[in-house]
Ligand binder design. Structure first.
Ligand SMILES: *[C@@H]1O[C@H](CO)[C@@H](O)[C@H](O)[C@H]1NC(C)=O
Ligand SMILES: *[C@@H]1O[C@H](CO)[C@@H](O)[C@H](O)[C@H]1NC(C)=O
Ligand SMILES: *[C@@H]1O[C@H](CO)[C@@H](O)[C@H](O)[C@H]1NC(C)=O
Ligand SMILES: *[C@@H]1O[C@H](CO)[C@@H](O)[C@H](O)[C@H]1NC(C)=O
Length: 295
């Protein structure tokens, strides 16, 4: 009996050592003297921390012309190098990668500057997702997020319009000498789900320095992703343009009717009524804005 108990406890102890022990030791040792408020300094503190940022567009959910807002689903990846989060693999059972909570380590305070979501105001994007840290000190922070951002839409050429929507990411507190956002060259459109309303022409990144007039965002490193989309016209062609042309053509037929038949009045009123009904229907498909009123 005693022998069995001993064996069981030995096996349990061995499993514990192999499966949980090294990881716990590693996390405890890494975070023991870690201060999440200090940015990682690679060479000396006059060098900015460089954060690679990359965005993959997954889907365009909605475009609200009235509110001038676009809702997109994106995967945002941020990667940087933190020399404090390094370890010797051989001392920790060859663990090469661990997952840490963003509350425990330093994370860049990247915010979406043209954010239109009230619940996310001023909060860094992807705040609650865990980070992956490798033994070389590379930290990767991947966040699948829904972004609601403001986008100035122009419907002057509706339904033949093109839109350029910007997603501007900027570090909220660090200036350019503290944190540098570097757009990474990646496949931006892998696994993109085509929208029923928009053709996606292109997504590209622009690197810039924030020149916002309010002092807080001045001289900050910023990366802007531009989403270039074009409206799919076929729907509007079938439901808007064709009926409109047919009704207008009917008006011409009116003049070919002989005056003696006495039906001119009836046909004329019918056309007027059908135009009114058509206009009621059409207005539900036309962007609601007064800036440019479609004629
Ligand atoms: C920091 O590094 C830069 C370039 O590597 C160097 O010019 C500068 O003197 C260094 N500063 C200190 C305080 O070591
Ligand atoms: C950031 O990007 C540069 C250039 O693409 C690359 O050399 C570097 O390893 C990247 N850094 C991290 C932490 O991924
Ligand atoms: C993208 O789609 C391909 C197949 O269509 C799949 O193999 C791949 O894992 C997907 N990538 C991501 C990041 O979801
Ligand atoms: C931003 O940079 C410009 C020129 O480089 C400088 O004149 C200005 O004072 C800086 N603004 C802040 C808030 O640091």
């Amino acid at each position: 009996m005693l022998q069995v108990l001993l064996t069981v406890s030995l096996i349990a102890g061995y499993c514990e050592q192999v499966m949980g022990f090294h990881e716990r030791m590693l996390v405890e040792n890494l975070l023991e003297h870690y201060h999440p408020g200090l940015r990682p300094v690679v060479e000396n503190s006059s060098q900015p921390t460089s954060v690679n940022i990359s965005l993959r567009l997954v889907q365009i959910f909605e475009m609200d012309v009235k509110k001038q807002v676009i809702i997109t689903s994106v995967w945002l990846k941020q990667a940087w190098y933190d020399p404090v989060l390094r370890w010797d693999k051989s001392q920790y059972g060859w663990i090469d990668e661990i997952s840490l909570s963003p509350d425990d380590v330093w994370v860049p305070d990247t915010v979406l500057l043209n954010n239109a979501e009230t619940s996310k105001m001023g909060k860094p994007v992807g705040m609650s997702n865990p980070l992956l840290v490798t033994s070389h000190g590379t930290v990767r922070w991947l966040a699948p997020i829904i972004l609601k951002s403001s986008c100035k839409l122009s419907v002057r050429y509706f339904p033949f319009d093109e839109q350029f929507c910007r997603l501007k990411f900027v570090s909220w507190t660090y200036s350019k000498s503290g944190l540098l956002l570097e757009p990474e060259e990646t496949e931006i459109l892998q696994n993109y789900t085509e929208s029923g309303e928009w053709y996606l022409e292109k997504v590209y990144a622009l690197r810039s320095t924030s020149k916002a007039t309010h002092t807080n965002t001045e001289n900050k490193s910023a990366v802007t992703y531009v989403i270039h989309i074009r409206r799919k016209v076929f729907y509007y062609f079938v439901y808007l343009i064709t009926p409109c042309m047919v009704t207008s053509f009917m008006t011409l037929i009116l003049f070919t009717l002989p005056p003696e038949s006495g039906e001119r009045m009836v046909v004329g009123i019918t056309i007027l009524l059908s135009l009114t009904v058509f206009y009621l229907l059409a207005s539900t498909h036309i962007p609601e804005t007064s800036e440019v009123v479609c004629h």
